[in-house]
Ligand binder design. Structure first.
Ligand code: NAD
Ligand code: ZN
Length: 368
């Protein structure tokens, strides 16, 4: 099966996203075409290294590239300021210069960390994304946001840095665990809610094929999500208006990730919980219909996205929401989707959020 190419145009750079099974076999050709670098730091985590690292390193070396292997521990805790410093030290020790490049082979953690290092090392060198999780292929590898977490909150230090190329080999998704698969599907569900009723219905109808990881269907899903994100990012690279909508589910989602402890709950699973809560809050704040909430529940349930366990502590979750970048002038902001394809971004006061969280947790205990 051949692959698809999607151009992404932003004010600070244009690049292509390549999507399809088997692209990894030709990594070196594609990467060599996208950057003139002679030395490349191949940044990956331990799990991904074990599965695909030696192959990618060999292909690059065979094409004449000097490869510097940088393998970091797997997991969200790796997305730290300290780890970014260590990776930059490795680049300096290996004497990468301004014409060299970073290749991020892995999920969103590796992509965000390696991209951040590429953005700051020598004030910026080329970087290529080879996303290996569904979440990274549909979301984090596109758009140019890179960064690390701080103790106070997710992604609080970072930089905008567009990659030179995104190479999404859908065949590597075959080795993902069920929960990582569900985590990626949550971001796809988010896109569907923002995009249209048609996309929501399409996902529900195709759910069993998608859960079976059908080759063609997976390509279609990744393409649809990337297309949506590319369009939003092209219009608003630095998140002033449109791009804020991509934070649907992330207000509570990021708070859950922080309160549960970074890495305990996969990103997308926390985001899905945030979407479920946002739908309830939207009924209270903007008079959204119960029907939309029911539809979204069906979408998430059909895609096999289960609700996570985390501290049901409204106070701590609210504090975490305030630490988030999305809070402005001391007020927490929410993205609401009153109907598929329509969104509202609005500040919500603490008392209303706290009350809705209590309602939400009461509902949990009633459901048992
Ligand atoms: N920059 C952005 O715009 C953006 C957008 C969304 C999410 N993110 C960030 O992305 C991160 C989450 O990314 P993620 O869900 O990919 O997590 P991750 O990078 O931690 O990967 C999840 C797990 O899957 C393993 N893995 C990766 N590829 C594999 C494969 N092919 N087979 C088997 N196992 C594999 C990893 O080793 C890890 O254990 C979060 O930090 C989130 O904040 C960033
Ligand atoms: Zn996300």
């Amino acid at each position: 099966m051949s692959h698809v190419r999607l151009p992404v145009n932003t004010p600070t750079g244009d690049y292509e996203v390549l999507i399809g099974p088997g692209l990894l076999d030709r990594t070196a050709d594609y990467i060599r075409a996208a950057t003139p670098a002679e030395t490349m730091a191949l940044v990956t985590d331990e799990n991904v290294w074990a599965l695909y690292g030696p192959k990618v390193a060999r292909l690059l070396r065979d094409s004449g590239v000097r490869v510097v292997e940088v393998v970091v521990p797997a997991g969200e805790a790796t997305k730290s300021w300290q780890r970014a410093g260590e990776v930059c030290d490795r680049l300096a020790e290996a004497r990468l210069d301004r014409t060299d490049a970073v290749v991020a082979l892995g999920g969103g953690v590796v992509g965000d960390l390696a991209g951040f290092c590429a953005a700051v090392y020598l004030r910026g060198i080329d970087y290529v994304q080879v996303p290996t999780t569904l979440l990274a292929q549909v979301d984090s590898s596109v758009g140019g946001k890179t960064g690390v977490d701080l103790a106070a909150g997710k992604n609080l230090a970072g930089a905008f840095k567009q990659p030179s190329l995104v190479l999404a080999d859908t065949a590597v998704l075959g080795t993902l665990s069920g929960s990582e698969w569900a985590s990626g599907l949550a971001e796809v569900a988010k896109v569907a809610m923002l995009e249209s009723r048609e996309m929501v219905d399409g996902l529900i109808d195709a759910a069993s094929v998608i859960l079976g990881r059908d080759e063609q269907r997976v390509v279609d899903v990744v393409l649809a999500a990337v297309r949506h994100k590319a369009a939003v990012v092209a219009a608003d690279e630095h998140e002033t208006r449109e791009r804020e909508t991509l934070n649907y589910g992330h207000t509570l989602g990021h708070a859950i990730e922080q309160v549960a402890g970074y890495g305990v709950i996969p990103h997308g699973i926390a985001i899905a919980e945030g979407m479920r809560f946002a739908a309830l809050l939207a009924e209270v704040v903007v008079g959204a219909s119960e029907e939309t909430r029911a539809l979204q529940e069906r979408l998430l349930d059909t895609l096999g996205i289960e609700r996570p366990l985390y501290p049901r502590d409204a106070r701590r979750l609210l504090d975490a929401m305030h630490a988030d970048k999305k809070a402005r002038a001391g007020t927490v902001r929410f993205v609401f989707v009153p109907q598929p394809g329509h969104h509202i971004v609005t500040p919500v006061d603490d008392a209303t959020i706290a009350h809705a969280l209590d309602l939400w947790f009461d509902g949990d205990s009633e459901r048992g």
